[in-house]
Design a protein. Structure first.
Length: 417
């Protein structure tokens, strides 16, 4: 039964050819702007952990230059150095020459995949993870394994990636649910917004989605989650499959074009960044925290006080994290944050599966602060970071919840509609 369910979930390989949209000449033009000053090195998490020039931004740019000039062929070592990059872009934000490192690493990976068609297994995994209907079926499968007691045997699985995949499965809902459709407001104002729930987040963040729906409809907005909405494409783009990412974006663009919504609202900072940079739509794209903060204050309901402490994690994908501004509206809430902001938690999208050891090592860096904070709740606005922290907190045996700022905000509404 398990095998037949697995086959039904995985389905046929899409086998859509993928080619990078960036040329070696374009890559070189950008890479040649790097003056090799090294100012970015102390900000690079992988350089700090591995202390190897080839695992630093400057080293990776040199590798990409050599690859684009045809001086280097793809080999496992080259691929490893590029794969170990988190795409956190901490280097980009401190670079005095304004090198667009994010484009370079995505392009470098795409160049490798173009020559060698990438790894079919990884690509299939990204296809699985980015399809929320398939993920809903994974939820059912994981529940079946759990009921049969088989998830307890995960430690016997030889692959670390598979072990992590099974471990993260515990954050899938007991019943796959995509919550798609039109959600009407009880006090309709004629305003409509489209909610972008993402791929993995559409399953692991169902409480957040329900809170977001309840909050927005209470504020007078009708909310639509289109049936055909798909992943934002970040998983594919950052792993060197830009055409797959563009294909996903095109479907999302179509969903915004046929809608009469005034705004596209996101829940995860990584989706917000990807859509902001690549989705060509007429609709404004706003993350829900910013959307709420930009509403006239008098339109927001009053909040109950909360005598608790939260520790706020700012995801790398959030260039202007406004979580604290929203949380400050909750009376009595004590807010603290991590002292070394800007260092990735190690989640980095699919990185927690593709680089499990490094991802875990980076997560470990946060543990001392987590414990010392004595916080009741960890706040993060990104799906991957939430998964990484839930797992860390579980391993540390701490009594700490992980929540999106909007989840806590919605929980403290004075009266329910
Ligand atoms: S990426 Fe920017 S900061 Fe890093 S070495 Fe190149 S020029 Fe210097
Ligand atoms: S994106 Fe992050 S991990 Fe990659 S080179 Fe830049 S700082 Fe290092």
């Amino acid at each position: 039964m398990i095998v037949s369910r697995l086959t039904a979930i995985i389905g046929p390989d899409s086998s859509i050819p993928t080619h990078p949209t960036v040329t070696p000449e374009q890559l070189l033009k950008e890479a040649d702007r790097c003056v090799k000053c090294g100012l970015c090195l102390p900000h690079c998490p992988t350089y700090l952990v591995l202390e190897n020039e080839a695992d630093s931004p400057r080293g990776r740019i040199s590798l990409i230059q050599a690859l684009a000039r045809g001086e280097l062929r793809k080999d496992p070592s080259l691929e490893n150095h590029l794969s170990r990059c988190l795409s956190c872009r901490a280097c980009e934000s401190v670079c005095p020459s304004g090198v667009r490192y994010g484009e370079l690493i995505d392009g470098g990976r795409a160049l490798i995949n173009k020559e060698h068609h990438g790894s079919p297994l990884w690509r299939r995994l990204f296809d699985q993870l980015s399809d929320r209907n398939r993920l809903a079926r994974w939820s059912s499968l994981h529940n079946l394994l759990r009921r049969l007691g088989l998830t307890r045997l995960a430690s016997l699985v030889p692959s670390e990636t598979l072990r992590r995949l099974i471990a993260f499965g515990r954050y899938l809902p007991s019943k796959g649910n995509t919550l798609v459709g039109l959600h009407a407001s009880k006090q309709p104002t004629g305003r409509l917004v489209q909610l972008f729930t993402g791929c993995v987040g559409s399953q692991t963040e169902q409480t957040l989605i329900m809170q977001a729906l309840s909050l927005l409809t209470r504020l007078g907005y009708a909310v639509e989650i289109p049936q055909s909405q798909v992943c934002c494409g970040a998983l594919h783009r950052h792993n060197g499959y830009p055409d797959d990412a563009d294909r996903l974006l095109e479907e999302n663009r179509r969903q915004t074009e046929i809608s009469r919504a005034d705004c596209l609202i996101t829940l995860a900072t990584a989706c917000q960044l990807e859509l902001d940079e690549h989705l060509k739509t007429k609709l404004p794209i706003k993350d829900l925290t910013a959307f709420l903060l930009d509403l006239p204050e008098e339109t927001l309901p009053r909040l109950l006080p909360l005598k608790k402490k939260v520790i706020v994690h700012s995801p790398c994908s959030s260039h202007n994290d406004r979580s604290q501004d929203l949380l400050q509206r909750i009376p009595s809430l004590e807010i603290t944050n991590f002292p070394e902001e800007g260092i990735c938690c190690g989640a980095a999208g699919s990185y927690l599966l593709t680089q499990p050891k490094l991802s875990a090592a980076l997560g470990e860096w946060k543990t001392a602060y987590l414990r010392a904070s004595q916080a009741d709740i960890l706040i993060t606005s990104n799906t991957g970071c939430a998964l990484q922290f839930r797992q860390l907190i579980r391993q540390m045996d701490l009594e700490m919840e992980v929540m999106h700022p909007v989840e806590l905000f919605a929980q403290q509404l004075e009266t329910r509609a």
